[in-house]
Each structure stands twice: as structure tokens, then as C-alpha cells.
Design a protein. Structure first.
Lengths: 118, 141
């Protein structure tokens, strides 16, 4: 079955989404990530979406749901690398993903997590 | 001019619709923002069709008007139709499944939006966006 890979870097889990993420794949990622958070006791999740050229309301909600779930499991989530056109489209849709941390790249995302978890 | 018809029966077909429209928009040199808006609107509508009508078809066509070229996508289903259209088009409305923002959001993202619906017969939604090749060269703002 097709899956999105989850890598561990220190206390963080890094998820790089490089494909057009269809719904099933997004939901599978949510489940896999929940399990990995419990196994690894990671305190941060970096979701790299720089490979996504579209983000519709369903996928945006799944990402926000991943952030909420991770928080309940003791990890902060940072969404990384959102393309400007995607950000503008989300604003047009009225989806501002309030409460979700974002950063421009992995390095800044890691720095943000270190500050949050300090 | 018709380009392609994509039938939408599963979630994966929603991705196929996104990919097809992305490719045609690139082909017509749409700028990135216009392409992203159109593909996102198409994704919302294809998803709606699957959720509320169990599926349908998407006809993609190229339009031309004087110096402008356009890309049109028509979403047709034989589902239950929409009873309260004003409500369905209003922002933030979602009758079920937590999808929301679908119709109203899609309408805001495109230049043209048309909707025909008959309760018990189905719904057809057309969206189109336009582009003037000379005013927006590829890669330009």
C-alpha cells in the first residue's frame, strides 16, 4: 500500500509530502504518524508540504487535524514550505489554519520547535 | 474546444482531475496563482460530486475570446440535486461530511461560475478562468 515516509531526526519526526496527496493517503499518514509519535515519543513534527502545488479544504483540514492530534500526543507540529500561491488560495477560501505553526523551510521549522520545546 | 472528460468515481479520480487541469493550465501558460485557484476550485467540486452524488464526470474544455484564452471545467452529476441553493453557496456552509466551503469557496476562486440543479435529477457546475497571454507572460506576475 502506498504510504508517505516518516523520518526521525532527534526528537522530531519529518514528513515530506512529495506527491499529489489523495485523500486516502492523507488519512493513512494521520494514522501512521499517531503510531510513530507514541513509539518514538517525539516532541516535534515537521510537515514539509513544499511539494504540494494544491491544497484544498479537505487536505487542509487533515493537516490541521494532524497538528491537533500531535499536540494531544505531546508534539508540536510545524508546517513547512507552503507555496505562496497555495497560501493565497487558502486565504481566499477563508481557511487560515489558525493555531498551526508554519515556517519557510526545515531549518527554520527546527529552530521554531526548539524554541517551543525549550 | 473539448479537451478531455474525466469520470469521477473514487477519491483517486479527484487527484486525476487536479492533475489534468494543472497540465492544461500549464499548457495555456496560466500564471501560477490562476492555475492554483482553478485547480483548487476543481478539486473542491470534484470532491463534492463524489460526496453528495456518488460521482459524476468532469468535462474540460479550452475557450477562446478575442485575445483571451480560458479553461473551463464542467462537473455533471445525477445526484440528489441541491435543495437550498442560497445556503449551499453561502460561506462556511456544509450539509454533512465536514467538507464545507466547497461551493462558495470554489466560486470565489474562478472568473466564471454557473450552477444548474434540479432536485432528484442532478447538478451541473461550470467554472472557467481566463488568461491573456500577452498581458501575463509565462513566469510573470
Amino acid at each position: 500500500m502506498e504510504r508517505i515516509a516518516i523520518a526521525q531526526i532527534g526528537d522530531c519526526l519529518l514528513v515530506t509530502i512529495q506527491v499529489d496527496m489523495h485523500d486516502r493517503l492523507a488519512l493513512t499518514l494521520r494514522e501512521d504518524l499517531g503510531q510513530r509519535l507514541v513509539q518514538t515519543q517525539a516532541t516535534g513534527v515537521l510537515l514539509d508540504i513544499s511539494g504540494l502545488d494544491t491544497l484544498d479544504t479537505f487536505i487542509a483540514r487533515v493537516l490541521a487535524g494532524i497538528a491537533s492530534m500531535s499536540k494531544l500526543l505531546g508534539a508540536e507540529t510545524v508546517i513547512i514550505g507552503m507555496r505562496p500561491a497555495v497560501a493565497m488560495t487558502l486565504v481566499e477560501l477563508g481557511l487560515t489554519l489558525d493555531g498551526v505553526n508554519t515556517a519557510l523551510d526545515v531549518e527554520r521549522g527546527m529552530a521554531l520547535l526548539r524554541r517551543k520545546n525549550a | 474546444m473539448p479537451l478531455e472528460t474525466v469520470s469521477v468515481d473514487t477519491e483517486r479520480d479527484v487527484s486525476r482531475v487536479r492533475r489534468a487541469i494543472t497540465a492544461y493550465a500549464d499548457n495555456l501558460s496560466f500564471d501560477l496563482l490562476a492555475r492554483t485557484h482553478l485547480v483548487t476550485a476543481a478539486s473542491e467540486l470534484a470532491r463534492n460530486m463524489l460526496a453528495y452524488a456518488g460521482g459524476g464526470s468532469v468535462r474540460i474544455a479550452k475557450l477562446r475570446h478575442e485575445a483571451r484564452v480560458g479553461l473551463k471545467a464542467t462537473f455533471e452529476d445525477q445526484g440528489p440535486g441541491i435543495e437550498n441553493l442560497d445556503e449551499a453557496l453561502s460561506d462556511g456552509f456544509s450539509s454533512s461530511l465536514g467538507l464545507g466551503l466547497g461551493l462558495g469557496g470554489a466560486r470565489r476562486l474562478v472568473d466564471d461560475f454557473e450552477l444548474e440543479t434540479a432536485v432528484g435529477e442532478g447538478t451541473t457546475v461550470s467554472i472557467a478562468s481566463w488568461h491573456e497571454p500577452d498581458r501575463h507572460p509565462p513566469g510573470g506576475p
